[in-house]
Design a protein around this ligand. Structure first.
Ligand SMILES: [Zn+2]
Length: 476
């Protein structure tokens, strides 16, 4: 990173440009890209036009009907190293209008907020990324260059924009396909992606930067009982055995503080109340001492310290978790079922592989019940981690501090998977960096995938210059 920024990389955001950004976001929200079925091609075509209007020649692909992704590249002079990838997704999760104050696909601008599905996850970032690309293309034009072919003045690395289909359902029709079929389009020194949301706690503003995400394992458990007549109860009722297994799986396992979380908590402690700091220090010093005598002790401590959504999130990122998704047994009320099956969704911390997860399940279920079941691994995806000491991460922290003197940037492990898992296969470290500065009442965690999803214009006013500075400092 060079200390002095060139004048053309000034991050100041004018009112007309803010309006342009807001209008782009509203337009994207109105393009219904609910997955399933996705129909992301409509959003991809819209952005293709937006970027073509700036003189760029983006590529839109539609490898499966309706499942469109877009990739565009602006060039640096190549002296700065490998490109930076701005990654995002075009699809959104469904929204049931009955629970909303405004039409979830109306893109209304009311009370200083843009309302609608995708306002947070993640069309606001798509719009900010496009705006960064627009700025770069315009600076080339102003210098009399062709933005589609010539280097952008002052830019030393390429900047790639990729907004893909299907992230909300695993990315198989989007990022996964792109990584398999066109890895060269996406190869980069690093990627910026979604998933970090500003959060206020105890008066401090924490900006989680996602550096890792949990892996997953899906298991199917076949419970072995014995068929019998309902008039004479037996101990071999597969439904009862399944219920016992489910109950044991629901107990939280031992906590583990992985590197990003240990660093995060250590940095957060000076900004917490004395009571909260003591409690967190206690958890970290002797996590097993707390849980061994009393399962759920950590959860109780967390609920005491923060709101229920945050408490559940923190618990999820310090445990290998198990959620029971399907329990099925029985054919008729007076027939004791001889079989049952259970499907479970396990989310694994960095360092927990499939074998270790299976051992943990066995420990929770116990040998007696374990002997009455078969377990089958249906899907497995490894956890993903990006380095904290790479060139990109410290720069992201610094940019946040430069724009918000009260910012406390923290590395973060996401409890869910994003498209970062696909980029990891071609060696691209991905950082979740959605610099949306939010107020105390925005409740972003709850609004993601929830009713009344919305983003404030002020959050966008803060976010674009931050993203711009991150891109220009890394690439210029
Ligand atoms: Zn998302």
């Amino acid at each position: 990173m060079t200390g002095e920024m060139r004048a053309e990389f000034d991050s100041t955001l004018s009112e007309p440009e803010l309006s342009e950004l807001v209008e782009l976001l509203r337009a994207l929200i109105r393009i219904k890209s609910v997955n399933p079925p996705g129909d992301e091609i409509l959003a991809a075509r819209h952005l293709e036009q937006v970027l073509a209007d700036e003189g760029l020649r983006p590529t839109v692909v539609e490898p499966f009907p309706g499942r469109g992704s877009i990739v565009a590249r602006v060039r640096g002079d190549g002296t700065g190293g490998d490109p930076l990838l701005l990654l995002s997704h075009l699809d959104v999760v469904p929204a049931e209008p009955a629970g909303w104050t405004h039409d979830p696909f109306g893109g209304d601008l009311v009370d200083g907020y843009v309302w609608g599905r995708g306002a947070i996850d993640m069309k606001s970032m798509v719009a900010m990324e496009v705006q960064v690309i627009r700025r770069l293309a315009r600076s080339a034009k102003e210098a009399g260059r062709d933005p589609a072919a010539d280097p952008i003045p002052g830019l030393r690395r390429d900047v790639i924009f990729c907004s893909s289909a299907d992230e909300e359902a695993g990315g198989w029709h989007g990022a996964n396909w792109l990584v398999n079929e066109h890895p060269d389009w996406l190869r980069a020194a690093g990627a910026l992606n979604e998933a970090s949301l500003c959060m206020t706690y105890g008066g401090a503003r924490f900006y989680p930067i996602q550096v890792a995400e949990k892996g997953f394992v899906v298991y199917k458990i076949h419970v072995k009982g014995r068929w019998a007549h309902g008039s004479v109860p037996t101990p071999d009722n597969a439904a009862v055995l399944a219920a016992q297994i489910v109950t044991r799986l629901a107990e939280p396992g031992p906590p583990r503080f992985t590197e990003p979380i240990a660093v995060s908590l250590a940095r957060a402690i000076p900004h917490l109340t004395a009571r909260a700091a003591r409690a967190i220090q206690g958890l970290m010093a002797d996590p097993n001492g707390l849980t061994a005598p009393e399962p759920g002790a950590i959860e109780a401590t967390l609920r005491d310290l923060c709101d229920p959504v945050l408490a559940r999130t923190v618990s999820a990122i310090i445990h290998d978790t198990v959620s029971v998704g399907i329990v099925a047994a029985g054919v008729k009320y007076n027939v004791i079922p001889g079989t049952a099956y259970i499907e479970i969704d396990c989310r694994t911390l960095p360092g927990t592989d499939e074998q270790a997860m299976r051992e943990e399940l066995r420990r929770r279920i116990g040998e007696e019940l374990w002997a009455r079941m078969d377990i089958e691994c249906e899907q497995v995806g490894p956890s993903v981690s990006a380095p904290l000491d790479g060139p990109l991460y410290p720069l992201l922290e610094q940019v946040l501090r430069d724009h918000d003197a009260g910012a406390v940037p923290l590395p973060f492990l996401a409890p869910f998977a994003t498209d970062a898992k696909h980029l990891a296969r071609i060696g691209v470290p991905t950082y979740g960096f959605s610099p949306l500065k939010t107020g105390r009442d925005d409740g972003l965690l709850a609004l993601m995938h929830g009713d009344d999803e919305r983003v404030s214009v002020e959050a966008l006013r803060f976010g674009l210059p931050v993203l711009w500075d991150a891109v220009s400092r890394f690439c210029a």
